[in-house]
Ligand binder design. Structure first.
Ligand code: FMN
Length: 141
């Protein structure tokens, strides 16, 4: 989950699976965002984003923020918290406050690289997107 702040101060979110770690020192992560997404312009404008790693009990949040913004309605405020001023998802496995350090255009998407300036670590099993469905990992045999 990628979270940003709208000009009026409202929290904006977007479900993202094109997310990875990049560097340990300094701590960098990346997210790849389509240029049509509202989150794209918000990240460009604010220069910041929140990144939250959801757990299997948070499927509804992932579905909510994967729905186009005009049809998703309001998220329940209890699902949002802040980390050093940046909105993130409450009770996620991990949540990070990131400052954009680079933005690379790649086709119709942009690779935003962010330096992790704050992190909160929780617990849980990671939410997985596979074969167009949300689920979790099962132990290998
Ligand atoms: C599992 C899943 C993963 C997604 N990953 C990405 C992604 O990495 N990058 C992206 O641009 N959109 C991704 N999307 C689509 C966005 O979540 C969706 O277009 C969302 O409505 C964009 O919101 P926004 O326009 O408010 O930013 C994904 C959707 C799903 C269901």
């Amino acid at each position: 989950m990628i979270t940003t702040v709208e000009p009026g101060g409202a929290v904006h979110g977007m479900t993202a699976s094109s997310v990875t770690s990049v560097s340990l020192d300094p701590p960098l992560v990346l997210v790849v965002i389509g240029e049509e997404r509202q989150s794209h312009v918000l990240i460009e404008t604010t220069g910041r984003f929140g990144m939250s790693i959801l757990e299997t009990g948070q499927t509804d949040i992932a579905k909510h923020f994967a729905t186009p913004p005009e049809s998703r309605g309001e998220i329940n405020a209890r699902h949002i918290t802040t980390l050093s001023g940046t909105p993130v998802i409450a009770n996620a496995i991990a949540a990070m406050d990131c400052r954009v350090t680079a933005a690379h255009e790649a086709g119709d998407h942009t690779v935003f690289i962010g330096e992790v300036e704050a992190i909160a670590v929780g617990a849980g099993e990671p939410l997985v997107w596979f074969q167009r469905q949300f689920g979790g990992f099962t132990e290998g045999r």
